[in-house]
Design a protein around this ligand. Structure first.
Ligand code: GLU
Length: 506
């Protein structure tokens, strides 16, 4: 028994799933979601998650995409059990390294009469397409025309063998008349009349297999039990089933995931939507284009949001860690209809995940965000983090929230200065200054209230004046707690600066 089969027998009952992207550019969030559902399903069933690179379309390859795919999955916390960089018993996991296998397999189909060589020139086929178009019809290379075209079905085997040595050719599947039954686990069984199909190319003129052949051969040889992929592949399902049938192989189960739609639900989410909406489509930076990571998303929040784009558990639960997703994931929770993408909702998830994150985790993930603060505050930095926690939705906003702890305000919000000018700010701030000078910062709240009463001013105004002096604006964390961290002398210096500013601008 081959080692591969032995290993397979050992885990026979376990699910084997694969994510099979083509390295033709950056992995977008739709692809990441497909990878995620495969991962969740495999882990839920204690199965195997495989990465296979479908790089047979040589013209469309984009350098760097393979590394990008692996890097993105890693960032997202989606770990591989088998794959190009990881290896495994069913490799190689790059289709371009499996050409010999496809040749060998397609020969079986040629021998059994399920496939044939076709020598038709590109021009002949384009002219045929054109003439059909002019008649308002669509040309299909199928049982109705194949007898009159230039293929091995119409010549002797000997001649065919001679021609394949000297001429370019493709290999096509011979689709017989009849009906084919296909099943998608979400949509149920459908019976398709083969007459709508054509004799699709299995091996191209450059000797590479088409996606269809390579995909079926690999899913079979890699012992894939369930294919989970995007809905855009649903139209290919019948052809894939025909290829399985031609080989006499049992097909895996299939699930086609719902599309990710534009926010208004009208059509597939596109690059243009992302550009207009000012949001990324890629998980991490791709050739200078920032991804979710660079815009301040945590991997856990993006994964949580993507999982809920097309999947849900009946409970109200929305916030999940990846382990909780594994625990709760079931194919039955997938929806058939498209899922609308909502960037604001994605940010809301990020806000929730950041609010739940503790200081140690934040420090280990984002040391740069904390570096300036730690320089000044050392181990008191944690109290600053706790103070602003829950106040920011993107990691990148953390610095804006906390910059005043290290830098004096560079400017004062003009509109608030204008509003405050109704009051005698100089008099009020001088009172505040005096009381801070005299007292401990811990009494500041009572002091502000007392000043407000004395000066017949709303307490809100005394608070606002202090806030503007310290932060430069009204938005910010609890001012009294902030003052305790900043300390008396910084507070007094900033009050002096605001006084100067007001005097100079009166
Ligand atoms: N290579 C295909 C893609 O780029 C894979 C489709 C499938 O999973 O069968 O999405």
């Amino acid at each position: 028994m081959k080692l591969v089969d032995f290993l397979y027998l050992q885990q026979k009952m376990l699910e084997r799933v694969r994510f099979a992207p083509s390295p033709t550019g950056a992995l977008h969030i739709g692809g990441l979601r497909t990878a995620l559902f495969n991962y969740l399903y495999s882990k839920k069933n204690k199965g195997t998650f495989i990465l296979r690179l479908e790089d047979t379309d040589q013209k469309r390859l984009v350098s760097g995409s393979e590394e990008y795919i692996e890097k993105s999955l890693k960032w997202a916390g989606i770990t591989l059990d088998e794959g190009p960089s990881k290896g495994g018993p069913f490799g190689p996991y790059r289709q371009s390294e499996r050409l010999r296998i496809y040749k060998e397999k397609v020969n079986l189909l040629l021998k059994s009469g399920k496939a044939y060589y076709a020598f038709d020139k590109t021009d002949t086929l384009s002219n045929l397409r054109l003439s059909y178009e002019q008649k308002g019809e669509v040309f299909k290379y199928d049982s109705s025309v194949r007898d009159n075209l230039d293929n091995s079905l119409n010549i002797s085997q000997k001649e065919a063998e001679k021609r394949i040595k000297n001429e370019p050719y493709v290999i096509r599947i011979k689709v017989e008349k009849g009906k084919t039954k296909v099943k998608d686990l979400l949509r149920g069984e459908i019976i398709i009349d083969n007459s709508i199909l054509d004799d699709k190319v299995l091996i191209k003129a450059d000797g590479f297999p088409t996606y269809h052949l390579a995909n079926v051969v690999d899913d079979y040889l890699m012992k894939i039990t369930t294919v989970i992929r995007g809905e855009e592949w649903l139209p290919s399902l019948t052809l894939h089933k025909l290829i399985y049938n031609a080989f006499n192989w049992v097909a895996p189960k299939f699930v086609h995931l719902p599309l990710i739609l534009k926010g208004n639900g009208k059509g597939k989410l596109s690059k243009r939507d992302a550009k207009i909406g000012g949001f990324p489509l890629f998980p991490i930076n791709w050739k200078k284009e920032p991804g979710f990571k660079e815009l301040g998303f945590t991997n856990s929040a993006l994964i949580n949001y993507l999982a809920l784009l097309g999947w849900s558990k009946s409970s109200e639960k929305e916030i999940y860690t990846i382990d909780e997703l594994v625990r709760d994931f079931k194919l039955s929770g997938l929806q058939k209809g498209g899922a609308k993408f909502d960037y604001e909702k994605a940010k809301w998830f990020n806000h929730q995940h950041l609010s739940l994150m503790n200081y140690d985790k934040f420090q280990s993930l984002y040391p740069d965000e904390l570096s300036k603060l730690t320089l000044v505050y050392k181990n008191r930095t944690e109290s600053i983090f706790d103070l602003v926690k829950g106040r920011f939705s993107l990691v990148n906003d953390f610095k804006n929230e906390t910059d005043f702890f290290v830098d004096d305000p560079k400017e004062y919000d003009a509109s608030i200065i204008k509003t405050l000018s109704e009051y005698n700010v100089i008099e009020l701030i001088t009172e505040i200054e005096k009381s801070i000078n005299k007292n401990n910062l811990s009494n500041i709240k009572d002091e502000l209230a007392a000043i407000a009463v004395r000066k017949k001013t709303p307490i809100k105004i005394t608070m606002q004046i202090l806030r503007v002096a310290i932060i430069g604006r009204l938005k910010g964390p609890d001012i009294l707690l902030s003052l305790k961290i900043l300390g008396k002398s910084v507070t007094l210096n900033r009050i002096t600066s605001l006084k100067k500013f007001i005097k100079n601008n009166q």
